[in-house]
Design a protein. Sequence first.
Length: 566
Amino acid sequence: MKQILLLVIFLFASNSQAADDFFSAPSAVSFSDSSPQFLPVEQAYQSQLLWNKGNLLLSWTAADGYYLYKERFALKAFIDGKAVALNSEFETGKLKQDPNFGETEVYYHNTTIILRDLPATTFTLSVTSQGCADAGLCYPPQTQHYQIDPQQQNVVAVESAPRLNSSKAITLSGDDDSDRALWLVLIFAILGGAILNLMPCVFPVLGLKVLSFTNANHGTPLKHGLVYSAGVVISFLAVAALLIILQQAGQAIGWGFQLQTPWFVALLACLFFVLSLNLLGLFEIGGSWANIGSDLSRQSGYSGSFFTGVLATVVASPCTAPFMGTAVGFAASQPPFIALLVFGCIGIGLALPVLLLTLFPAGLQRLPKSGQWMISLRQFLAFPLLATAIWLIWVSGRQTGVDGMALILSAWLVIAFGLWLHGKEKKLVAAVLIVAALAAVTTTLATPPDDTASKSGNFDQNEIQALREQGRNVFLDITADWCITCIANETLVLNTDTIRDAFTEHNVEYVIADWTRYDPAITSLLADYKRNGIPLYIYYPADLNATEIMLPQVLTKAMILELLNR
């Protein structure tokens, strides 16, 4: 709340000292030369595997001042790529009030995990662990892989674990979803991209852009349509290229990763707030309301068309539409060239409806001529954009808490005041206020607090295995607050009394994996099923030998009931 109060004080204070105080507010802690020196992770935590009377002992030693989380251990065994059950026994740890996970059980100095009832044949063991230092550093999860031969009691470290057979999961129709012809995937990509035009945050902007084509003062509608399409496709390729580069560098991220970043969500909310004010007539961008979102060029409307394509990509990309999920998942498992080809086709699909209108002028000619009704429509379409901005604030609140929401609302106040001053020809003061508001939001939300309402970051795939071993069926819902398709499915299907009662009747545990904030465990699970975006729904039968079933991205009650009644 301190940053929020400073932001408002800066707005209305007339003395320069208030502004100096605002800009001097610390955004990060700096350490002197006396700051603690942390050990490399391989020195902070050392492990070894030992045999004892047919059991496998996994022993860990933590350096002084370092500890391991009991709940962050994840043990997985595979035979020929298929997961098998493990019987593990953990020691009792020490309860600690941890700044990251609250009160949790940890191990200081050393601990031993006993693995009993091992498979009779050679198997691969994957061991994931995570620890922190008392001085304040928390290491990312570390995974080690071993080839285990129980007959010879031999252990060999290997580079990586085998691919789970879950990537060979069948769809609800019983088909294998892992192998599809490239041409079919590209068709799915185009269809999925086209459906993205119906997103509530995309449709209002595109509707106004199409109407502006009929009254373009510079260029023909076809040229504007081509420029808009170029903006969409280039933006899709840029986001996809960044995603591929980060994944090649070892980052566990997926499609829609930009909305897992709180400051990006906040800036996007501010952008939609500004666009809604523009549509309501508070100010004009670029000299003409038809060039929504662009003041890059007053001499030509092409920049407005291009920027509209960029904006449509940014707001439409996080959620995968029907057909698009298969395409994105396929792209995630292909070489970079094929992946970029798939993402380019998604961009073509998103641009296609607008491009077709400009290719066939008869469609544009049927639109009503400009008049007072266009001004009313423009003002009406401001409200869906404002609703989108409010939704983004809610997402930010789930990521950063109520203080983050209040900070964005305060930034809206400053931005609106700056835009009002801009209309009073006080452009320099307006620019300073707007830049200061955006800078405050970006720097403050760059390091979100840990005590938020979101359950993101706590997913443990071992929970699914444990439930199945207990004889329970599992329905996994990989979701996020910024995914509109996810929210629709949960509201209309999964959270209804009909489905809840059916889950209870058929002994189904409903497990939620929340991807609102970054969680490498969820990203890894998506990769196992050759998916790179959400929503993803998987049904795990209680029988460990049964194949998992992957459901479509748009659910119905009848679909779920059919699955459970099989």
